[in-house]
Design a protein around this ligand. Structure first.
Ligand code: 13P
Ligand code: SF4
Length: 304
C-alpha cells in the first residue's frame, strides 16, 4: 500500500533519530529533500559539515563525488547515498590514467582538481577546490609553478582570468551549464532590464562574461540574502530556486533557462530517503589507500 507523504516524513524523522543519522542535501536536490535535511549547502559547506559532524551516520542527498568526499573526510562514519546511480557527468570526464599522462608531460606542475571529480582523480592532485574557493586558492598558489586544472575547463578559465595566470585546462564541463547560451542572456536582459544575473562559474566563458556575478550555489544564496534587490535571474541548476524562494518569500527569481536540470540531482525522492534509512543502503566505500591519497588535496583545500 502506498504511504501518505506525511507518514513517510514522520517515519524518516523516527529512523534518522534511531540511527543517529545526519541528512545532508545539496542545493540542487528536490525541494522535498532540501526541506527535510538537517543541512543544505554547496559542495564546500557540505564537505565541512561532513568533516565536522559527530553523527554516527551521514545520509548524503547529492551525487556520488559528494558522498565520496564525505567518506574520505570521515572514514569512521557510515556514508549512505540513497540513489547509488547519482553520478556527475563532469566528474566522469576525467580519469586518473589520462591525468597521470598529462602530469608526465608537465613535470613540476601543481595539479588542482575541482571537487567534482572521482576519488581516483583526487588522489593524483596536490590541491582540491570548489566553486566557492577556486579563485582564492588558485591566486594563492606559487607563481613559478605551472598549474594543471581538471576537469572543468569553464571554472578553470574563470580562475585563470581572475588570477591573471595561465592554467593547463582539462577539457571537461558540466552539460547542464554548457547548455546556457548568450542568446538566453540577451533574451532575459531584454525581458528584465536592470535585474541582476547570478550565474554559476561552470557556465561557458562567453556566457559567464555577460553575468553580473559568478558564484557557487552557496554564494548565490548569500548574495540574495544580503541584497536590497527584489528580483534576480538565476543562471544555474533550477533546484536552487526552491531554497531561494523559501528563504526569501518576498523576492522573485527567474531561471535563465528552465532546462537547466541535472538529472542526477533529481533521483532522490522522499521514498528513496526512507528506503535508505530502513535498509542502510547504499553505503559508499573508498578503499583505504585511495582514501588516504584523495584526502590530501581535500585537507589542503580545507586548510588553505
Ligand atoms: P556548488 O559547489 O556551487 O554547490 O556546485 C556543485 C555543482 O555540482 C555545480 O554543478
Ligand atoms: Fe555534475 Fe553538472 Fe550535475 Fe553538478 S550539475 S552534479 S557538475 S552534472
Amino acid at each position: 500500500m502506498m504511504m501518505k507523504k506525511s507518514e513517510i516524513i514522520s517515519r524518516i524523522h523516527e529512523l534518522r533519530k534511531r540511527r543517529g543519522a545526519v541528512i545532508l542535501a545539496h542545493n540542487y536536490e528536490l525541494g522535498e529533500i532540501q526541506d527535510i535535511a538537517d543541512f543544505q549547502g554547496d559542495s564546500l559547506e557540505l564537505s565541512i559539515r561532513a568533516a565536522e559532524t559527530d553523527a554516527a551516520e551521514i545520509v548524503f542527498c547529492g551525487v556520488r563525488f559528494m558522498a565520496e568526499t564525505a567518506k574520505i573526510l570521515s572514514p569512521e562514519k557510515r556514508v549512505i547515498l540513497p540513489a547509488p546511480q547519482a553520478g556527475c557527468e563532469m566528474a566522469d570526464m576525467a580519469d586518473a590514467e589520462s591525468l597521470r599522462a598529462l602530469k608526465a608531460r608537465h613535470p613540476g606542475a601543481l595539479t588542482v582538481c575541482y571537487v567534482n571529480s572521482t576519488a581516483a582523480v583526487k588522489a593524483e592532485c596536490d590541491m582540491c577546490v570548489t566553486s566557492a574557493n577556486a579563485v582564492r586558492i588558485i591566486q594563492s598558489l606559487p607563481r613559478d609553478r605551472e598549474i594543471i586544472f581538471a576537469p572543468d575547463r569553464n571554472l578553470g578559465s574563470h580562475c585563470a582570468a581572475q588570477a591573471g595566470r595561465e592554467l593547463i585546462l582539462w577539457d571537461g564541463c558540466c552539460p547542464v551549464h554548457a547548455r546556457m547560451t548568450p542568446e538566453m542572456m540577451l533574451r532575459r536582459r531584454a525581458e528584465y532590464p536592470g535585474v541582476p544575473i547570478l550565474m554559476h562559474p561552470e557556465a561557458p566563458p562567453e556566457v559567464a562574461q555577460m553575468a553580473d556575478e559568478l558564484l557557487s550555489t552557496g554564494g548565490i544564496l548569500r548574495f540574495v540574502r544580503e541584497s536590497e534587490e527584489k528580483k534576480f535571474i538565476i543562471a544555474t541548476e533550477i533546484g536552487i530556486l526552491h531554497r531561494l524562494q523559501v528563504e526569501n518569500p518576498d523576492k522573485v527569481f527567474i531561471p535563465l533557462t528552465e532546462q537547466a536540470i541535472c538529472p542526477h540531482m533529481k533521483l532522490i525522492r522522499l521514498e528513496d530517503l526512507l528506503r535508505a534509512l530502513e535498509t542502510g543502503e547504499t553505503e559508499v566505500t573508498v578503499p583505504e589507500e585511495l582514501r588516504k591519497a584523495a584526502e590530501k588535496p581535500i585537507r589542503a583545500m580545507l586548510n588553505a
